[in-house]
Design a protein around this ligand. Structure first.
Ligand code: ADE
Length: 362
């Protein structure tokens, strides 16, 4: 492995640049961590459930944004039993605004399975964890390494970046190999410490765009400082998805439906057509028939946009005024002024800001 040595005796005098002993790396890293550890709410105590919730939230959302959600979620669902017995709507309400709602569905389902099949104990082995909904290799490793303090390293993007810069790993080097070597060299019982130290180092010093190299304890070894060309970042283009969203109004109420699309599966929200382009009238007519609504007038209100990790959505907003013709279980009619009580994705909140009739604007 380029730039990586595991035995102190092999160390050449003066350490040639790029050659870093694992023990030395761990020593410097832990020293840095002792002075810079972030005080985060999921580090106040280490129940595997708490780590599970935190990592699911953190998988696609930045730390500062997660903190208030995490605290509220833990207050509302303090353990796996509380979460498993909650209604799906309550879980989604606690998740509202955090985005990527599939995570909330999976977390809830995983909690139910953990209660049903494991007496409420979060499994402590990788393969069993991986069979639970929403648990990929990263979250499974974090639960083991941080929650259970077992010798496992969770390789998220930050940690990968730190290791590949410090140890000079290129495309040909498996970071997992470096991770395994590190774990085998760390003092026993330090897995949690190592995982958190690497995460914090990646978040505070070894930043992706403008790394703070001057206070970095690995500066003399780092391949990134030596050879900035080595790390070429490929910026992924987000795919643009054009959609159409309907604000169907009957008096002071608006129609909410349960989404069957891929963007918000199973979530209540405004009717959404996950494509755009054609005349929307046929879609509106079909909506009316399906959900017990007679459309009488249609108005274009402009468009809203929202960006997700892999795609951008642009949705045309249609205000459809009409009358209710029936009561169907798949539809919910909610007074505009009560909308804030429901978990609605940001895209729909933006659409409502445009499509809500003026007299009901908040
Ligand atoms: N990012 C992902 N997991 C994290 C954790 N446990 N602490 C801080 N940042 C993180």
């Amino acid at each position: 492995v380029c730039g990586l040595r595991s035995n102190r005796e092999n160390k050449s005098p003066g350490s040639s640049p790029g050659l870093l002993h694992l023990e030395e790396f761990l020593e410097r890293l832990f020293q840095w961590f002792a002075n810079n550890r972030r005080d985060l709410p999921w580090r106040a105590e280490y129940a595997p459930y708490r780590v599970f919730v935190a990592e699911v939230m953190l998988a696609q959302t930045q730390v500062p944004r997660v903190i208030p959600y995490y605290c509220r979620f833990l207050e509302r669902f303090p353990d796996v039993f509380a979460l498993a017995s909650a209604l799906r709507e309550e879980v989604l309400l606690a998740w509202e605004g955090l985005g990527y709602y599939r995570r909330a569905h999976h977390l809830h389902e995983a909690a139910q399975r953990i209660v049903e099949h494991f007496q409420g104990r979060i499994p402590a082995d990788f393969r069993t964890l991986r069979r639970l909904p929403g648990i990929g290799p990263y979250i499974a490793s974090a639960i083991l390494g941080i929650g259970y303090n077992l010798p496992v390293l969770a390789l998220d993007t930050n940690v990968r970046r730190v290791l590949s810069r410090v140890f000079g790993a290129g495309e040909d080097v498996d970071l997992r190999e470096i991770g395994n070597l590190l774990v085998s060299h760390m003092p026993s019982g330090k897995a949690r410490h190592l995982n958190e130290a690497l995460m914090d180092f990646g978040a505070l010093v070894c930043l992706s765009r403008n790394p703070r190299c001057s206070p970095c304890p690995f500066r003399e070894f780092c391949t990134f400082v030596k050879d900035a060309r080595k790390e070429r970042r490929v910026r992924q283009q987000r795919v643009l998805l054009e959609m159409c969203v309907a604000v169907c109004c009957a008096g002071e109420e608006v129609l909410l439906t349960k989404s069957e699309g891929k963007l918000f599966p199973g979530l209540w929200g405004l009717p959404l057509r996950e494509q755009d382009g054609e005349d929307p009238r046929a879609w509106i007519d079909a909506l009316g028939k399906r959900y017990g609504f007679l459309p009488l007038a249609l108005e274009e209100c402009g468009a809203v946009a929202h960006a997700y990790t892999r795609y951008r959505v642009r949705a045309r907003v249609l205000r459809v005024s009409g009358k209710r013709t029936g009561m169907l279980s798949e539809a919910a009619w909610v007074a505009f002024r009560e909308l804030f009580q429901y978990p609605l994705p940001s895209l729909f909140r933006k659409a409502l800001a445009l499509g809500c009739p003026e007299e009901y604007q908040p």
